[in-house]
Design a protein around this ligand. Structure first.
Ligand SMILES: [Cu+2]
Length: 122
């Protein structure tokens, strides 16, 4: 039944195409400081590099410090073909573990979010 085979093939190709679209959402590729890293110097800016271009208006990050206090951050900006979200840190970060919770809207209109931590040593 060649017609049935063609239909099955078309269905398989359609599902692969859909899976490809799902993979096109903005995922966090790398960051500075890196996720789960330990750094000696307190960063003055956080860089979050994504797999897709972002819409700045609907993208951002909040930083929580060792005492669960929200860290003051400046206005986020985009760099690197709008794929990197840069978040200035206003205060000098004390030693401890910090958690970065991010949410982004990629230019394809999909929202993603996540979080990671890094530690500053004394
Ligand atoms: Cu998407």
């Amino acid at each position: 039944m060649p017609r049935m085979k063609t239909l099955l093939l078309a269905a398989a190709m359609a599902s692969i195409a859909l899976a490809g679209q799902a993979l096109a959402h903005a995922h966090l590729k790398s960051s500075a400081p890196a996720a789960n890293s330990t750094v000696k110097q307190a960063p003055s800016v956080l860089d979050l590099s994504f797999t897709e271009s972002l819409n700045l208006k609907f993208s951002g990050a909040t930083v929580t410090g060792p005492d669960k206090k929200t860290i003051k951050t400046g206005d986020a900006a985009l760099a690197d073909g709008d794929k990197t979200l840069t978040v200035p840190v206003s205060d000098k970060l004390a030693p401890g573990t910090y958690t970065v919770e991010w949410h982004v809207l990629s230019t394809d209109g999909h929202k993603t979010n996540g979080s990671y931590s890094f530690t500053i040593t004394p």
